[in-house]
Ligand binder design. Structure first.
Ligand SMILES: Nc1ncnc2c1ncn2[C@@H]1O[C@H](COP(=O)(O)OP(=O)(O)OP(=O)(O)O)[C@@H](O)[C@H]1O
Ligand SMILES: [Mg+2]
Length: 633
């Protein structure tokens, strides 16, 4: 976008015999960086109509006071700018050709007053309008985030989080530019265009007609050329974005790259991308160079013919020199405003595209309806009644197929079965990340869908298969599920999860920073933090998905002791691949292909369930480490 701003500036300089007078009010420098940023999004589709922008009004409305103030400042500045033409006229007619300096004094004072008025007006307008842009984009960001955070997790499987993030940042920035500069630019230029046109016609009708034909004739080829440059510039931005994402991916997986000795291959691949970006950039620059030359040629031609024909009028006494000066001033304003409006039109289209995408995100609603209002009782039976479930991305293969299970309050139940049997899926459904396609999950006889979602989840704590940690310190991560944690409670939870010792050994203890996603911890340490987090919320229903799989045998033994204690007071469902972990459960449920194959205690299953026997035998044959889940989990 810097490209475009510059090109406009060049045009203005060419048009303008008083460049400063216009440059002060148009395209002021502070808008440039945001415009640059937004241009990165040039590649995204533009909206076909500007209708989506109307939806932005809802976000502007709360700030209507400022909007009106900004509008007033805008009209004020535009009027002052137009009055400057009169200043030019008296400057030439009275200031330069008077006998003494009194005429000059008058003209200069007039221009000075207008200048001060323009300065104050522009400052006010710029502040208010930019404020509005920043405010609305900040509000939009929050609104979009607030909506997305409630959506069902499967939404984020189909919609790339990277893309959503770019919408949150790039698209909102685009709208910030729109409100903070483009709209005001459009309004200002529409005003000055109209005003200057009228004043131009009043000053000299005949010459005006010449200009009115000449301006579009010169501008249209420039605009067409400009469009071509912009297209190339989009392509160029896109190729640079690809270069960036290529590098990002390599750095993220640098260990894989280096371990397979792929550095040289990656260097070649990257150089290829960079070179492609250069070639595109080069043809863009060439087009721009042509455009600049072409523009200067046409505009100078226009100026000269205006000077010539106006000059003849002055010489022959049909017009004063001041009138010509004022006329040229207005003509320049008309040309500039026209060009700017044409440019802003592209911005508006792009912003409409951004608005459309953001509104889509705002209107997205969760497919997990939170309409239940039944109170959630305690100490109830959890019952799966012929649950059938398909993942949205795999609508043909049921992940759970007629799954029946009853879990009594306080019971500890272990789910075992081969990888892909549907064990984790059971947890997903209990947490209502998905709802069953057929059948129902009931708590105390009430369908989960009839319970308030938040009240239901309040009862549960999940230790997921892949523990998720946030960037922040250990304290924050353990205390994530509670509103007002105390040091003592966090430490107790950490001790129960057998995490306290390793935390205390870290240089900053509970204040140790974990890095993004907890990269600074080992797998087993991460698991214990996740466990402590679950213990701290003191859930009625504890879901452990391979919660101790990454621990060494000794830590696991300790955690196991703690878990036995924790499990006594609450309902627990455990998924574990080590039989030692699940052997003591009240009930072991053997799953395969989304169904319950058998359930009972360890000894009984060993004697009667083929699948369980097989899983158990294999584990004992290969020592202790082979899992009940046959492949990696
Ligand atoms: N998000 C998803 N989208 C589509 N299919 C999925 C998704 N998650 C799991 N599946 C599929 O559903 C089936 C059951 O998966 P699930 O994660 O419940 O298995 P699991 O028993 O927990 O296995 P493991 O022991 O390997 O963790 C598998 O076939 C799996 O490929
Ligand atoms: Mg699993």
């Amino acid at each position: 976008m810097r490209v475009r701003v510059d090109y406009l500036r060049i045009e203005k300089k060419l048009h303008s015999s008083q460049p400063e007078a216009i440059n002060v009010t148009d395209h002021t420098v502070p808008t440039a960086p945001t415009k640059q940023e937004t241009d990165r999004d040039d590649t995204s589709t533009r909206a076909k109509s500007l209708a989506p922008l109307r939806q932005l009004l809802a976000f502007l409305w709360p700030h209507k006071g400022r909007l009106i103030a900004a509008g007033t400042a805008l009209i004020f500045t535009a009027s002052a700018q137009l009055t400057l033409g009169y200043g030019v006229r008296i400057l030439i007619d009275e200031g330069f050709s008077g006998a003494d300096a009194s005429g000059l004094y008058k003209a200069v004072s007039f221009i000075l007053i207008i200048g001060v008025a323009m300065a104050i007006g522009s400052m006010t307008r710029f502040y208010l309008v930019s404020w509005l842009g920043e405010r609305v984009s900040a509000d939009l960001r929050s609104a979009v985030f607030n909506n997305l955070v409630h959506l069902q997790p499967s939404y984020f499987e189909t919609n790339h989080s990277g893309e959503i993030m770019s919408r949150l940042t790039t698209d909102t920035t685009l709208l910030q530019t729109l409100i903070g500069s483009s709209v005001s630019l459009a309004a200002r230029n529409a005003l000055t265009l109209t005003g200057a046109l009228i004043l131009m016609v009043i000053t000299n009708l005949q010459l005006s007609l010449v200009i009115l034909v000449a301006v579009p004739v010169t501008l249209i080829p420039i605009l067409i050329f400009g469009r071509r440059v912009r297209k190339l510039s989009n392509k160029s931005q896109q190729s640079i974005a690809e270069v960036g994402s290529h590098a990002g991916e390599i750095f993220q997986s640098i260990k894989v790259v280096q371990s397979f000795n792929r550095e040289i291959a990656e260097k070649t691949g990257f150089a290829h991308d960079v070179e492609r970006a250069f070639v595109i950039a080069r043809s863009r620059v060439w087009q721009r160079a042509l455009l600049t030359g072409f523009a200067i040629f046409l505009l100078m031609g226009g100026m000269i013919s205006m000077m010539w024909s106006g000059g003849i009028d002055v010489i022959e006494g049909r017009m004063t020199g001041g009138e010509l000066g004022a006329f040229v001033f207005y003509a320049v304003m008309v040309g500039t405003a026209f060009a700017t409006l044409a440019e802003v039109w592209g911005d508006l289209q792009r912003a409409a595209g951004a608005a459309e995408r953001l509104m889509e995100l705002l209107q997205e609603s969760s497919t997990i309806p939170d309409v239940g209002s039944n109170p959630v009782a305690s100490g109830q039976r959890l019952h799966f009644d012929a649950v059938q479930f398909f993942y949205p991305s795999r609508p043909d293969v049921p992940a759970l197929n007629g799954f029946n299970l009853t879990i009594h309050p306080g019971e500890s139940v272990a789910l075992v079965g081969p990888s892909g049997a549907g064990k984790s899926t059971v947890f997903e459904l209990v947490l209502r990340f998905y709802d069953p396609a057929r059948g129902a999950i009931e708590f105390g006889g009430t369908d989960l869908r009839a319970l308030s979602l938040a009240a239901w989840r309040q009862k549960i704590a999940l230790v997921p298969q892949q523990p998720a940690l946030f960037s922040g310190d250990i304290f924050y991560n353990i205390a994530y599920g509670v509103d007002s944690p105390t040091q003592a409670s966090v430490e107790t939870a950490a001790k129960m999860a057998h995490a306290h010792d390793f935390i205390a050994a870290l240089p900053d203890g509970y204040r140790s920073d974990l890095g993004a996603q907890g990269v600074r911890l080992s797998g087993g340490q991460r698991q214990r933090l996740a466990l402590a987090r679950a213990i701290l919320v003191n859930p009625e229903l504890l879901l452990l998905d391979e919660a101790t799989s990454a621990l060494d045998t000794e830590s696991e033994w300790h955690v196991q002791q703690a878990l036995t204690e924790i499990m006594q007071e609450r309902t627990t469902i455990i998924i574990a691949h080590r039989l030692s972990t699940v052997m003591n459960a009240d009930k072991i449920v053997v799953m395969n292909e989304g169904q319950v194959v058998d359930s009972g205690r360890h000894e009984d299953l060993l004697t009667r369930c083929d699948l369980y026997q097989r899983l158990a035998n294999r584990q004992f044959q290969s020592g202790t480490e082979a899992g009940v889940t046959t492949s990696t989990s």
